[in-house]
Design a protein around this ligand. Structure first.
Ligand SMILES: NC(=O)c1ccc[n+]([C@@H]2O[C@H](COP(=O)([O-])OP(=O)(O)OC[C@H]3O[C@@H](n4cnc5c(N)ncnc54)[C@H](O)[C@@H]3O)[C@@H](O)[C@H]2O)c1
Length: 309
């Protein structure tokens, strides 16, 4: 398989990341099939994809015609057979659960052509965890996107059985869809950026879960000192509390780690109230106008009352 032979992209999972990846591929001229478990989920996903494309138009990144053409190139499908039959390149974005990912890859290995390249968008796992389940370990690697709306850095992480040709092909494909690849020399939990990010988020969660400080003050501290537009809890809202909880829950169990368990329980208390972050309109903050974007959030300055006469 070479770059010119890649025509059809299959994106498995039409949630936060599947929507972004599907749109970025379609914006760059690829035919995309967006696959999820039900038509209902796909209708919701396509509505969000359209909203995202309109956002790109408003920001001057796409013309109206380009946005419409990109949307037309995306076909939603809840039927695995139809979705996978002619896929040249697969990008998997189902929830962060190695057993589920393995099951999904095994299913699509039985459906997709022999030549298809399989990739996982996992944030915190490593591809060797499910390389065998893909049935094509040499044509499989992690190909990890960040929030595509704001950055075009992607990670490529081969496992020991990934062929050199597959790594080069994924790098070329990344550039073809306007992304800048960082290829890891070896597997590492959290790639490069996420390895640093997780340490930061874990610490922020522990400060709140241990009742050392408030969510707002933790964000405010980071934002004020580093002159950042967003802090750790704003970031968790944009990732999705359920996604971050899954990571915490997994590592709390794997490592029998008390603080990770406490952090997971802290996140769960929000999730149980339907506060999943930006995607559900509420997380640590309320959307679309979260408190941390207000001009006086960083200073936390209350209006000083006029001195009485
Ligand atoms: N959210 C982020 O900021 C982010 C960034 C980079 C990578 N990731 C990774 O991307 C992956 C997906 O994360 P997300 O935030 O998009 O999750 P999400 O929960 O928003 O979406 C997951 C989607 O997968 C679907 N799904 C579940 N089981 C399925 C199956 N068997 N077949 C097909 N679809 C199925 C769900 O219905 C859902 O629509 C995770 O591995 C996550 O770690 C997330």
């Amino acid at each position: 398989m070479n770059l010119e032979e890649i025509k059809k992209i299959l994106v498995i999972g039409s949630g936060t990341m599947g929507q972004q990846i599907g749109l970025v591929c379609a914006m760059n001229g690829y035919d995309v099939t967006l696959h999820d478990l039900s038509e209902e989920l796909l209708v919701k996903a396509m509505a969000r994809v359209r909203k995202m494309a309109n956002g790109y138009v408003r920001a001057g990144r796409l013309s109206q015609a380009e946005a419409a053409a990109a949307i037309d190139r995306i076909s939603p499908s809840s039927d695995p057979e139809g979705a996978g039959r002619d896929a040249d390149f697969v990008s998997e974005s189902v929830p962060e659960d190695p057993v589920l990912k393995g099951r999904v890859f095994a299913l699509f290995n039985g459906i997709c052509p022999e030549r298809s390249i399989f990739t996982t968008n996992t944030s915190t796992l490593i591809p060797s965890m499910f390389a065998e389940a893909t049935g094509r370990p040499d044509r499989f690697a992690a190909f990890h996107f960040h929030d595509v709306r704001f950055t075009n850095l992607v990670d490529i992480m081969p496992h020991p059985g990934t062929s050199e040709a597959t790594v080069r092909l994924i790098e070329d494909f990344a550039r073809r869809i306007g992304q800048n690849p960082v290829t890891l020399k070896k597997e590492n939990y959290g790639y490069v950026f996420n390895a640093m990010l997780s340490a930061w988020l874990d610490t922020a969660e522990a400060l709140a879960a241990n009742e050392v400080s408030s969510v707002e003050d933790i964000d405010r501290s980071w934002m004020a000192v580093f002159h950042m537009p967003i802090g750790p809890f704003g970031i968790i809202d944009s990732i999705g509390l359920d996604t971050v909880w899954k990571v915490n829950d997994f590592w709390a169990t794997q490592l029998n780690h008390g603080q990770f368990r406490k952090n997971a329980e802290f996140l769960k208390s929000y999730i149980d109230q339907g506060r999943l972050g930006e995607k559900s309109g509420r997380g640590f903050y309320e959307y679309p106008d979260p408190e941390f974007r207000k001009p006086d959030f960083k200073t936390n300055r209350k209006k000083v009352p006029e001195p009485g006469i």
